[in-house]
Design a protein around this ligand. Sequence first.
Ligand code: C2E
Ligand code: MG
Ligand code: MG
Length: 736
Amino acid sequence: MSARHNSSPLTRQVTLTVLTLAAFALAIVVGFGFYAASQADDASLERQKMFIADGLQDKIAAVEREQESISVWDDSVINAKAGNQLWMTENLSVWMYTYYGHNRVYVLDSANHPIHAMREGKLVEVSAYGEDQPTLLPIIEKLRRMLAGPPQTDAHGQPMKMVAEDLVSLDGALAIVSVAPLVPSSDRVSQAQGTEYLHVSVEFISDAVVHKIAGKYLLEGARLVPLSEPVGPAAVPLVDSRGVILGHIGWDQLRPGLALVRKIAPALAIALLLAGGVLVFLLSRLRRASAALQTSQDQAQYLAFHDTLTGLPNRALFEDRLRRTLLFASKDGTRVALLYLDLDRFKHINDTLGHPAGDELVRQTAARLKHTIREVDTVARLGGDEFAIILLDVPDVGSAEDIADRLLMKLREPFRLIDDQVFVSASVGIALSSGSDTDADDLLRKTDIALYEAKKNGRGRYQVFAGDMDDLLLRKRKVESELRKALEGDGGIKLAYQPVFAADGHRILGAEALIRWGHEVHGALPAAQFIAIAEERGLIGDLGKWALSEACRFAAGTELPWIAVNISPMQLRDIGFAGQVAAILEETGLDPSRLQLETTESVLLEHNDTIGTVIAALRQSGVRIVLDDFGTGYSSLSYLRRQAIDKLKIDRSFVRLLDEDESARAIAKTLIELALALKVEVTAEGVETDAQKNLLVGMGCRQLQGYLLSPPLEPGRLLALPGISSADQERSAARA
Ligand code: C2E
Ligand code: MG
Ligand code: MG
């Protein structure tokens, strides 16, 4: 399994989403903070502008008020009209300078001629007025018009103050100009309309004045900004009565929002850091969790496609790979070889050495297979002791055979299992894809058939699939299904009976039941052939049971001394077989002593406890055991000696040679003598000639069977033989 856990697409996606959301949230918080701060700053700026504008208005009003303190005064009217320069200096001009800081004062007569002039606390020539006149005249004239008109009242019904003021630019500086008539403060002095003298006060708006205005509202850096200079947002224009902008008052803008932001910035930074920390922590937790999830997903994936015992790909992965491999191979025009490998007698090892040893054997086999093939090839475990190997790019059958050979050799080396050293062989089936053919199922089937053939042909070998195997298999399948049908009561299966004769060749000692299948297609399929198929396909149990009951039922109704029934070794491996026989005897009413069971030598060679037990039980019940085809297998005299059987049948291959072969005669003679000495009965099978019969009788053989004496017969014909009659026959004879 790979170790790249921490960058799963899921983790990345989640991390990205969370980070995006966090960045978004941060942007909103910061953005909103700055927006709020700038809103607050804007509102504050508006207020600051209002303060400055109000301050300026207050200042103008102050100039007016200061002027009013001297303009509404009986003495002013009297002294001005009297041209009393000293008095005017002390009360109307220098006074105004020293007390209020008015920079210039002019006193004009009723014809607007200057009669008194003061600049910066000093009396000057009245001609000085001439310089300022062009600027001041409009204001003066405005007042004159007011004075000439009817007296006006304000909104509160109070008489309107007779004063005209304006902002002006004078000598390149900005100034507040206020013009008021000198009017009596009591009715002790009277003055005719139109004769008023005027008091003109000029106060320059200096930086000091501006400072004072701004200072009241705690605004700093206040200054006058001439028109020629640019102004910032924190500025109010100085506008004269005609709406002409003369300059600005500027100041250092107060930014409470920004100040607040600056103030809370460190705290905010710490909070953000904390939030970031929490986020990072959560993300790392998330990544760990998702990595763990990914790991378990990987694990599940691995388990779904691998065999836990060997770590090899399992059947699902194998089939998937095979299909892909075939697809690619057909595109490349290369060939693929598929090998099925199956350990021989694995079950035996499992049974005798135990399952842990069996598992160990499978593991070691897997390792050996893996090391023998190339990296690009695939070994998979299909289950039990079955392995499949996909070989890529195989030029011909020969190279696949070479690899199979190598694999078989590798497996022939001894295995060291838990406590034991064992030798194992394996069988291999091979099939090659044919160029453009990509049908995996077809290849699987062919390999399966080839393996089956390899096993059948003696194990420990490989077998390449050949075209006719297919037909054979198909035929077998066909036979199997027909046989099944026949067994299910379709009929067609019958028993023939071949009598066994005494040495005289006339007296019938008993008969052997031989199965016959009169199938319309498969014709008279030789018994040995379809018995073999039944054994292979697991039908032998049913078939054997049927033959046994049929034969017993038949024999029970006759006077035959005994009936012999052939039994497959497979039936004897079933521990319940003795019980089954007993049940059939019980059911058919045949005495156990009248039943003989024929089986082949191979059975007795198997060191199988079950078979020994079953045979012993059968013999115990009185059933006799006959060794069929004696001399064809690995004959062992030991079980003759142990008296584990009751009779042996000399195989017809010996009998056939008796006429011609001296040594065959010698062997037959020895066998018969040996059997007689051990008190085991002997039957000679396949007696076809008188010479054979005579020789056998001469050797002491007392039981003969063969075409010479009688072929296998239908039941009716057997019963027609002299010396045998069925119970039915007797009954019908009696009736007659
Ligand atoms: P087997 O038990 O050795 O049976 C004797 C075979 O030899 C029979 O063949 C029989 O027809 C044949 N035979 C008899 N006399 C002669 C002769 O003089 N010359 C020649 N050439 N052959 C002769 P069949 O019936 O084809 O049976 C073949 C084998 O099939 C039997 O060999 C037996 O092993 C098996 N078999 C038959 N019926 C059954 C059965 O019901 N159950 C089982 N398990 N096997 C059966
Ligand atoms: Mg037989
Ligand atoms: Mg035989």
